[in-house]
Design a protein. Structure first.
Length: 218
């Protein structure tokens, strides 16, 4: 029974890691070169935008993509326990990227498609991203509480996975409801791309699965 449960968890984690790396690579390939940003379909659909918007989009895509692509490594027990310096280095890089992605996300939320509901949804996501990061860093640096640190980081990475949810839900809206215009879908997707993730993370934490039993010296 325990072996089957562990195997299922490993499969789920493996799929998550695969999707995270895939979406991260997608973001970096499409938006990694600032000179090519204006040629991307997402950008051309927006029409004329302020010059600052293109720069902020680049920072947001690159920082968010890197964070998504490396964040799952922090939940591998072998890395945490056997190579704490590696875990710490990844953690510093992840925290830096999330800070950049969260701040730029607030700016991007203002210009999003989907009206005020989408603006509030993506804005709330960015604020929660920054808040959970702050709590995770405080819990390990100031409070020296690795268990709480692990729980907050689980919440934070669940929010990072909104990038995965968003890219699954957007085409599904077109397949099932024929809605391909983000002005029609983002008002809802801006919320459901991250709220269920956060709820699922909370369920894992309450079940005790998300505990980190051994810490790292920050």
């Amino acid at each position: 029974m325990k072996r089957n449960r562990r195997r299922r968890r490993n499969w789920v984690f493996g799929i998550l890691a695969f999707l995270a790396v895939g979406i991260a690579a997608y973001a970096l390939l499409l938006y990694g070169n600032p000179d090519d940003i204006k040629d991307q379909g997402f950008v051309t659909e927006k029409g004329a935008m302020p010059d600052l918007w293109y720069t902020v989009l680049w920072f947001h895509a690159v920082s968010g993509g890197i964070a998504l692509g490396i964040g799952w490594l922090q939940f591998i027990k072998r890395i945490r326990l056997r190579t704490p310096n590696v875990h710490r280095a990844i953690g510093y890089a992840y925290a830096t990227m999330i800070t950049a992605a969260g701040v730029t996300g607030l700016y991007m939320a203002y210009y999003t498609s989907g009206g005020w509901s989408a603006q509030l949804g993506f804005g709330a996501l960015s604020l929660m991203w920054l808040y959970t990061l702050y709590q995770s860093l405080k819990s390990i640096i100031a409070d020296r509480n690795p268990r709480t640190h692990g729980q907050w980081m689980l919440r934070n990475y669940a929010l990072s996975c909104a990038a995965i949810s968003l890219r699954i839900m957007t085409p599904l809206a077109g397949v099932f409801w024929g809605l391909t215009d983000t002005n029609d879908t983002f008002g809802v997707i801006a919320w459901i791309c991250w709220l269920p993730n956060l709820l699922f993370a909370e369920m894992i934490i309450r079940a005790g699965i998300g505990r980190i039993s051994k810490p790292l010296n920050a």
